[in-house]
Design a protein around this ligand. Structure first.
Ligand SMILES: *Cc1c(COP(=O)(O)O)cnc(C)c1O
Length: 378
């Protein structure tokens, strides 16, 4: 194989470039313009439930804004899934708040409801009630929404749903990105669709969207002169990026089918392999977009996850370990963690496999060939 097979690379269709050209012709080369509105409406329509979407510069910015709208302040604690990309938790620290990490359960790999409640109870005992809960739909798999929402409601703590990887996933036929008091998406280059870089904050009502726009554009008060009474951010998405995003929304349903087909390909490939389990659930409440297909190496295997990743790398196939749990990251060294060893075990045994919607049949066959060689050599 001459060119590298990536984990997840951008997959552009026909209309994106036409929309970008429009931005040049109309001179809307700015963080205002018609494609921003078009992109937001496309997301709102896709989500089906009443959703008020603001397009911003990144998923990270969207989480930062959600925390700001929840009035998170320095010294507050925020409960956060440990098993995720660092972007989920970084914005907590931007506000001077303190993350407290929670382990995953083994069925969805997302926040464990049991340990979530433990963390809340401990917080209450210490007179430090958590101000928000950030859950994640990791690798596209929805979290255990009913259980988590029940706990959050019981203790009256708002939820931010990080659906950066789960655009198009569903829980009980309802789209991910509609479960949090605030939900976010990312349109980074590696996600299921991209705006080259970008994100979205999903609010449940128009008043919150108004506030989002206010904080995302430097908290400018209504006045002819520049009047500022609060600190804001410069987080609005460019109209040029939104043009790409709008074009990508038109092919999203195709991209979801393609990723799910990759997943079935790997399921077939590893069928009967006693050392490798493909991450999935048979529970039909959970419908993943399978942004990335992940596998776990059995503890008895004669090879490690890193052996497999290195071997694929030698053949120009990108594979990666799973996200390293945040409570194990040096930058979060002194933070609290509630749980056992679920996510640390997943990290020590997992592999993300190439899952791009643009993966060709030839590339799939090549991956199958290389993997077969690898298992033969073991
Ligand atoms: C990609 C990602 C983000 C951040 O999105 P950016 O647009 O890159 O800032 C947040 N959370 C998760 C789980 C992600 O995968």
């Amino acid at each position: 194989m001459k060119s590298k097979i990536w984990l997840s690379s951008p997959h552009i269709d026909k209309n994106e470039l036409d929309y970008v050209k429009e931005t040049f012709l109309d001179n809307w080369i700015a963080p205002v313009g018609p494609h921003i509105f078009g992109f937001e409406v496309a997301i709102e329509t896709f989500l089906k439930r009443p959703s008020f979407v603001t397009a911003v510069t990144s998923g990270t910015a969207a989480i930062h804004l959600a925390l700001k709208l929840l009035n998170i302040k320095a010294g507050d604690t925020v409960l956060c899934q440990s098993f995720t990309f660092i972007a989920t938790a970084n914005p907590i620290t931007y506000l001077g708040a303190i993350p407290v990490f929670v382990d995953s359960e083994t069925e969805t790999w997302n926040m464990c409801p049991y340990y979530l409640e433990e963390a809340i109870k401990e917080g209450l005992k210490l007179n430090k009630k958590p101000k928000a809960i950030i859950i994640v739909d990791l690798y596209g798999m929805p979290a255990k929404m009913d259980e988590i929402i029940e706990i959050a409601t019981q203790y009256d703590i708002p939820i931010i749903e990080d659906a950066a990887e789960a655009l198009g996933s569903e829980y009980k036929n309802r789209k991910c990105g509609t479960f949090g008091d605030f939900s976010i998406f990312s349109f980074n280059g590696n996600k299921i669709i991209t705006s080259s870089g970008g994100g979205a904050l999903v609010c449940r009502n128009s008043a919150d969207k108004e506030k989002t726009l206010f904080y995302a554009t430097q908290a400018k008060e209504v006045a002819l002169h520049y009047q500022h009474e609060e600190v804001g951010f410069n987080y609005r998405l460019s109209n040029v990026c939104a043009a790409i995003g709008k074009g990508q929304m038109e092919v999203l349903s195709k991209r979801i089918i393609q990723r799910q087909a990759n997943h079935l390909f790997y399921q077939e490939l590893f069928k009967g392999n006693k050392d490798v389990t493909v991450f999935k659930t048979d529970n039909t409440d959970f419908n993943s977009n399978y942004w990335l297909t992940c596998v776990l190496i059995g503890p008895q295997a004669s090879f490690s996850n890193l052996d497999l990743i290195k071997y694929l790398g030698l053949h120009n196939i990108e594979a990666r370990p799973l996200w390293k749990p945040l409570h194990l990251q040096p930058v979060f060294e002194n933070t609290l963690f509630y749980g056992g060893n679920v996510c640390s075990d997943l990290f020590s045994r997992g592999v993300c496999l190439p899952s791009g919607s643009n993966m060709s049949l030839v590339e799939r066959l090549f991956i199958a060939k290389v993997l077969t060689e690898f298992f033969k050599s073991k």
